[in-house]
Design a protein around this ligand. Structure first.
Ligand code: ATP
Ligand code: MG
Ligand code: FE
Length: 346
């Protein structure tokens, strides 16, 4: 069966096509993304109205490219999945409306699925079926969560989350302080390669004895980096951008991997999946690999292209939802900007 996935929760218009095989494996056929990120760059963050308009313009051409790449036509589609939330209301609405139109025209079942669950499900396109239970560390521009996954199609439980900034948000804000472009993850990752991760001892948030052990905090770290850079500037010193980037990145990777591995050990879970845009970070995956190996835990990290927003992740989740025979979405459903991760599909 061919499943089409449509993503429009933030600033990427994504259309993915996958094939669900009878044995439950899901094969990637096409993954086309149009991003409006350059239009937001000068604002240092996504401008919702600009994103919605860009989705509107990109939806049909991106869909056409996906079918061309896969060598399929619309009539080959057996089911459609669309991101129902969480995300920007206006942006989500464009994808949901397009999905309803395609589903009605093609007379195929429609599923409204969770963007965050999609970030996890995408890993099955690269590494095959997810062993369950598994622990998911979801690190993206808007979310930082530790999740227990018992069934990717229906059962995801939140163990903890950030109490302030998301990890990706911290990357974007620190990049701004360092004069690096938006989004900040890639340039910080690159600068950090030439820096010393032990140059500056930045704080590890939420690691005190009284702190909730599965929660995260990155706002103190961000402020601490800003203070450090201000201080150096006031003293007329040149900012060692590479060292600041490396030290900041080390603090983020240290806390994320420490907490994920500890939670997996305590719950007796043998597999950790890291996903979301920040999972593309080179230090996060290398430190996670080191620590998982030491703890005897299997680590799965999708390739960077699959970690950031795309339509393939929604198609992949849709395929698992179809395989699990979950109910389709009511035709009058609407997007839910605050959809909790526990609601995998509507
Ligand atoms: P959400 O999924 O929470 O709705 P989002 O969809 O905007 O948010 P993603 O597209 O999954 O988020 O991830 C974008 C974030 O990933 C940005 O904050 C970006 O800086 C960060 N990012 C991308 N590449 C890297 C990298 N190599 N290292 C660190 N962060 C990165
Ligand atoms: Mg994005
Ligand atoms: Fe995302």
């Amino acid at each position: 069966r061919i499943i089409m996935g449509i993503e429009s929760s933030c600033d990427e218009t994504g259309v993915g096509l996958v094939r669900l095989h009878d044995d439950g494996t899901v094969e990637l056929l096409a993954d086309e993304v149009a991003s409006s990120v350059e239009q937001h760059a000068r604002f240092g963050g996504v401008v919702p109205e600009v994103a919605s308009r860009a989705h509107l313009e990109a939806m049909v051409p991106t869909t056409e490219r996906a079918f061309a790449t896969a060598g399929l036509s619309l009539s080959d589609v057996d089911a459609i999945a669309v991101t129902a939330g969480p995300g920007l209301a206006g942006a989500l609405l464009v994808g949901v409306s397009a999905a309803k139109a395609y589903a009605t025209a093609l007379d195929v079942p429609l599923y409204g699925v969770n963007h965050l669950a999609g970030h996890i499900a995408v890993d099955t396109l690269q590494h095959g079926p997810l062993p369950t239970p598994c622990l998911a560390l979801l690190v993206s521009g808007g979310h930082t969560q530790l999740l227990r996954v018992d069934d990717i199609a229906s059962e995801i439980t939140e163990l903890g989350s950030t109490v302030d900034d998301a990890a990706g948000e911290a990357y974007d804000k620190v990049a701004r302080v360092l004069g690096l472009p938006y989004p900040g993850g890639p340039p910080i990752d690159k600068a950090a390669k030439n820096g010393d991760p032990a140059a500056i001892a930045f704080p590890r948030g939420m690691t005190g004895p009284r702190d909730a052990k599965n929660d995260f905090s990155f706002s103190g770290l961000k402020t601490s980096v800003a203070r450090w850079v201000e201080g150096a500037g006031r003293r007329g010193e040149e900012i060692p951008v590479d060292d600041v980037a490396a030290s900041f990145q080390e603090a983020v990777a240290d806390v994320l991997t420490m907490k994920a591995v500890r939670a997996a050990k305590e719950l007796g879970i043998g597999t950790i999946v890291i996903s979301g845009g920040v999972a593309a970070n080179s230090r996060l995956s290398s430190l996670a690999a080191e620590r998982c190996a030491a703890a005897g835990i299997e680590l799965r990290v999708p390739r960077p292209r699959l970690c950031t927003d795309n339509g393939a992740m929604i198609a992949a989740l849709g395929a698992h939802v179809v395989a699990a025979k979950r109910p389709t979405a009511p035709l009058d459903f609407s997007a839910d900007p605050a959809l909790p991760v526990s609601v995998v599909s509507l």
